[in-house]
Design a protein around this ligand. Structure first.
Ligand SMILES: NC(=O)c1ccc[n+]([C@@H]2O[C@H](COP(=O)([O-])OP(=O)(O)OC[C@H]3O[C@@H](n4cnc5c(N)ncnc54)[C@H](O)[C@@H]3O)[C@@H](O)[C@H]2O)c1
Length: 468
């Protein structure tokens, strides 16, 4: 049998970030041999989506050989939760793991600001990487990843799951087919509610040193969708952002929910002891790292924005207006595309436009559900040609697993890596970087009050047509 590591090396010689290829495409496995995976970061996303779901759905073709997390309690808990085989080892140090193991792929699901460390160490050790979004949290780390990918001739996949949902894919198809002529401008608003939106401020995400702010952590999903839909690179960014609602409010005591003396009066009180999953995953292992999962939303350490507005001029002269709100009464999103021959409008979960009403909590729970048991519903996209009638295009959609995107991303990477990628769903470091760079440019713009050129941030230069 051809040596798998050397075999993969032959497809890893592509210029850094330039071409997206699935590193597992050509993996040659002998009869009964499984793809060897390592998971770094055994929190909620790693354990559920990249851990348990992979073992449950693809256990016939892959296996975890190691789990790594700095929290010794959580990594042991993860082994049991994921249901790894008896030979899978747990580590608290990546370096110890890589001394002993020879994985085919390392999956990185640690907090955002630490992704680059593990991406680069994996590449240095000759292993391909799959990283959760955002690829990283600033322009310097972006550059380090791009350089490492080029130097070590290995590939990185960025897990942009939102691209894979049928609804978002339909928008891509309409734009790819020039259904509204030449695209000229885009208006995109994302509303987070006081449940899911607030949860970012409870967690490590509330500190920019971990998340890079929601302009990176959350908006990376949206900027990636926009870059992919618009099919061009961002050229210039101007932004505003502020922290007004959450954060250091003097009238709050600033302790975590469990120990707070305002439990009865605070609308945001959240009892973590009532959630078995969160209790087992976080509270039981607090003593090892001091990470408090039910932190106060009004603690002084919060230093991210809770309202953000970003204007982007793309290299193909498309203008984007983007708004992210974090304490809306309902959660959902709206996008409108203006073209020389018409307009497309798309929206999800806008309550006054929905046939079926669902509570905000139930909606988020359904979205995170990986079981695949959710009902298919039709969601409309409105296509209105100049001087024509409006047309309603219904797209079959399931709420679970990020609109059905999660499952399709997994299938393409692991089950059918050779399948044609007609809509350019798979993302590599160039796409990972372009999305992060809008966020970092926006942050820089908020601080300086000036527009920021994306081409000034790294060696990547914006192109009128996105490079795939
Ligand atoms: N694509 C999506 O829809 C989606 C959804 C949720 C989370 N995510 C991403 O997944 C990643 C993990 O998020 P989460 O919600 O699971 O967070 P989490 O806090 O539940 O888990 C993070 C884990 O990383 C560990 N960790 C912290 N610092 C570390 C370090 N330096 N080295 C190794 N391990 C470290 C923690 O102990 C914890 O177990 C983030 O990058 C997040 O953006 C993506």
């Amino acid at each position: 049998m051809q040596n798998r590591r050397n075999f993969l090396a032959t497809i890893g010689t592509i210029a850094a970030g330039a071409v997206v290829s699935n590193p597992l495409k050509a993996a040659v496995l002998s009869e009964g041999e499984k793809l060897k995976l390592v998971l770094v970061g055994t929190g909620i996303r790693g354990n559920s989506f990249w851990g348990k779901r992979l073992v449950d759905e693809y256990g016939d073709i892959l296996e975890f050989v190691a789990l790594v997390d700095i929290n010794p309690g959580r990594v042991k808990y993860a082994a049991d939760y994921i249901g790894v085989g008896k030979d899978c080892k747990t580590y608290t140090e990546f370096d110890d793991m890589i001394e002993e193991q020879s994985p085919d792929l390392i999956i990185v699901t640690t907090p955002d600001a630490t992704h680059h460390q593990y991406i680069i160490k994996a590449l240095e050790n000759g292993v391909d990487v799959l990283t959760e979004k955002p690829m990283t949290t600033d322009e310097d780390k972006c550059q380090e990843i791009l350089d490492a990918e080029r130097r070590y001739k290995r590939k990185v996949i960025v897990g942009f799951n939102y691209r894979w949902s049928p609804y978002n894919t339909k928008i891509k198809e309409l734009l790819m087919n020039n259904t509204i002529g030449k695209l000229v401008s885009v208006d995109f608003s994302w509303m987070l509610n006081t449940s899911h939106g607030a949860s970012y401020f409870r967690r490590w995400h509330g500190q920019r040193e971990w998340s890079g702010t929601l302009l990176i952590h959350k908006a990376t999903h949206h900027f990636d969708l926009l870059n992919w839909w618009i099919d061009s690179d961002p050229d210039e960014v101007y932004a505003n952002g502020d922290l007004e609602f959450y954060g250091n409010r003097r009238d709050k005591s600033g302790v975590n929910c469990r120990s707070c003396n305002e439990k009865d009066s605070c609308a945001f009180f959240w009892d973590i002891t009532k959630s078995q999953t969160d209790y087992n995953l976080y509270v039981k292992h607090e003593q090892h790292d001091g990470y408090i999962r039910d932190n106060c939303l009004f603690r002084p350490e919060i230093n991210i924005y809770d309202k953000m507005n970003v204007n982007v001029k793309y290299a193909n002269n498309v203008y984007l207006n983007y708004m992210l709100t974090t304490y809306s009464p309902w959660e959902g999103w709206r996008v409108a595309f203006n073209g020389t021959e018409g307009r497309i409008e798309a929206f999800l979960d806008v309550p006054y436009l929905e046939d079926v009403q669902i509570s905000q909590e139930d909606m988020h729970r359904a979205e995170m559900d990986q079981s695949g048991d959710q009902d298919q519903i039709n969601k409309p996209i409105i296509l209105h040609k100049l001087w024509g009638e409006q047309e309603i295009i219904n797209v079959g959609y399931s709420r679970g697993g990020h609109g059905g995107g999660d499952e399709r991303l997994h299938d393409h990477i692991f089950r059918t890596p050779d399948a044609e990628d007609e809509y350019q769903h798979l993302a590599g470091t160039r796409d990972g970087a372009m999305s992060v760079l809008i966020g970092t440019a926006a942050r820089n713009s908020i601080e300086s009050g000036m527009p920021v050129k994306v081409g000034s941030l790294t060696t990547l230069q914006p192109r009128a047509k996105r490079l795939v």
